[in-house]
Design a protein around this ligand. Structure first.
Ligand SMILES: [Zn+2]
Ligand SMILES: [Zn+2]
Length: 111
């Protein structure tokens, strides 16, 4: 039986290699899921991780949990960046988008 690269909480490390979860192997197996569902799952997990790892920067968390789940041609609806996208269910403060922060500050966030 293959070892499973599952998450260990509340440290959010991999049970096999002790790297920050999701490690490369965990990402590889997670990628077999439907991309939209995977993004939603990872968004939910990121929100939990953010509460349990309260010293982790949101930009770092976003890269770790969500950046790799985006479609290759997916762009941010606010600023057009390919490095992030606004994902339903992800609190705006967890999305590393300067355009989104500006829009929130000006309260003209498109809905
Ligand atoms: Zn692993
Ligand atoms: Zn953006």
């Amino acid at each position: 039986m293959n070892a499973t690269h599952r998450v260990v909480r509340p440290s959010w490390t991999c049970a096999v290699d002790e790297l920050p979860w999701p490690c490369t192997e965990a990402q590889r197996s997670l990628r077999t899921n439907d991309p939209a569902m995977l993004r939603q799952t990872m968004a939910n997990l990121m929100a939990i991780a953010q509460q349990e790892l309260d010293d982790t920067d949101p930009t770092t968390l976003y890269r770790r949990f969500l950046a790799w789940t985006l479609e290759p041609d997916q762009r941010c609806a606010i600023c057009g960046s390919r490095r992030h996208a606004v994902i339903p269910g992800v609190p705006p403060r967890l999305i590393p988008c300067d355009g989104l922060r500006t829009a929130l500050a000006g309260r003209d966030l498109p809905r």
